[in-house]
Design a protein around this ligand. Structure first.
Ligand code: IMP
Ligand code: MG
Length: 429
């Protein structure tokens, strides 16, 4: 899709995250010169497979496994420097020395150890209404950003300024901890020394990424903007408060790297052939335990970041229609079609009913969303393998009918179908 007139493409998750964006971005990255993350942080887990090797990328864009591609961590991200360097080292140990390919925004906010501590204490305090966060300190870092009390990459030097900023930040974090009844303290010296130690290495990668991307586009290079999580986890449009703390939808791609929205030429929505969610909150098409267990095994549906079992549901057309509108989707990539290969029948939710009345939209009120009843359509399973298909024509008739129905129900053309974890297991329509 990153061809011809499309110079700048956004790829967004169009359900609750874990749609298989890592694999799709890895495939699309072949045609890109630049791949940029624009929101989220180490809560993401993007799985990419190269031959027999599997990589789970948390903060580094999924295009990094191609030599020579420039990879950007945008200002909209919250960057955890400790795990970022760990990720770089792990890649290096596996033969991918990619540090020279990476640019980090001066304006990106940092996730520090106390954000992770706050994440844990806050979740504990929520008791039975816990959100099920990934514990990566994402909420606290974005909270500080919006409160204008965060620490940015640009604050890492000079040391005096870092020290001063850090003291204000730590005092604020400790106030929050005390307010939540926690006796934990934050060691400012330790934190300062830690930050000072990696400051030179991080600032060596820092750049005005918006300027770099705008210049690249002007030279005719191609840019892929890689979303994390999914539309239903968007802090404005998702199932609030069971959401992440950033705007995951495509509008955030522009602000999250420092480009204008007119730079974006197309938006590809990635959806799983069914639905999953990790963490708490409504999931209208959720399957009962035993049926969910079967698909969870077939699809290896365990969180890439936390290892938690993912909740499983049928394909939910209202959710994807909503995502189509919110993101201005111009096409769909459907992933993990092969996971459904053995099923006797497959179901799709075509619309919801609430108190018997048809509902075509996602209600903002969570209580209402928790009460909707999906109206299902059942299709025969295809009971044969999709894994070797490389063109739509190679797919079993039932699988094609299923894809056609998804396309009809969402009003979107299907541009890619992923039929396995390998790079080659993709159908480009
Ligand atoms: P946080 O982003 O760690 O604060 O978690 C908030 C919610 O978003 C929780 O339900 C998480 O499970 C979910 N979440 C965060 N990141 C991802 C992701 O990359 N994939 C799927 N769910 C995620
Ligand atoms: Mg994931």
């Amino acid at each position: 899709m990153l061809k011809g007139d499309v110079r700048c493409l956004v790829v967004v998750g169009s359900q609750w995250g874990d749609e298989g964006k890592g694999k799709i971005v890895d495939v699309l990255a072949r045609d890109a010169d630049w791949i940029a993350r624009y929101q989220g942080g180490a809560n993401a887990g993007h799985t990419v497979r190269v031959r027999e090797d599997q990589f789970i990328l948390h903060q580094i864009p999924s295009g990094v496994l191609y030599p020579g591609k420039r990879c950007v961590l945008g200002n909209g991200m919250v960057l955890d420097p400790v795990t970022f360097f760990k990720e770089l080292e792990e890649l290096k140990a596996r033969g991918y020395d990619v540090e020279g390919q990476i640019l980090v925004s001066w304006r990106a906010h940092l996730v520090l150890s106390y954000h992770k501590l706050l994440d844990r204490v806050e979740e504990e305090g929520r008791g039975s209404s816990a959100l099920g966060t990934t514990g990566r300190g994402i909420g606290g870092a974005y909270e500080d950003k919006v409160a204008r009390a965060g620490l940015r990459v640009a604050d890492l030097s000079p040391p005096e300024r870092l020290r001063e900023r850090l003291e204000t930040c730590v005092a604020r974090a400790e106030r929050k901890l005390r307010a939540m009844g926690s006796a934990e303290r934050i060691d400012t010296d330790l934190l300062f020394n830690e930050l000072s130690a990696f400051a030179p290495r991080l600032t060596a990668l820092a750049a005005d990424v918006g300027a770099a991307l705008a210049a690249a586009l002007k030279r005719g290079e191609r840019v892929l903007l890689e979303g994390a999580q999914g539309s239903m986890l968007d802090v404005d449009h998702g199932t609030y408060p069971f959401v992440t703390s950033s705007n995951t939808t495509s509008g955030a791609a522009a602000t999250g790297v420092g480009l204008g929205p007119t730079a974006i030429d197309a938006v590809l929505g990635v959806v799983k052939a069914y639905t999953t969610r990790v963490g708490n909150g409504p999931l209208p098409t959720e399957l009962p335990q035993d049926e969910a267990a079967r698909l969870r095994e077939l699809g290896a549906e365990f969180g890439a970041t936390t290892g938690r079992p993912r909740r499983i549901g049928w394909f939910d057309a209202p959710v994807v229609r909503y995502a189509a509108r919110l993101n201005g989707l111009t096409g769909l990539a459907v992933s993990k079609l092969d996971v459904l290969d053995q099923l006797e029948e497959v179901k799709l939710a075509v619309r919801y009913r609430l108190d018997g009345t048809p509902l075509d939209e996602i209600p903002a009120d969570l209580a209402r969303l928790s009460e909707v009843e999906p109206e299902y359509e059942t299709m025969a399973g295809w009971r044969s393998s999709c894994a070797e298909a490389r063109r739509l024509e190679d797919l079993p008739a039932g699988a094609r009918a299923y894809l056609d129905r998804i396309s009809e129900l969402t009003g979107l053309p299907i541009r890619y179908v992923s039929v396995g974890t390998r790079r080659a297991q993709i159908i480009e329509v």
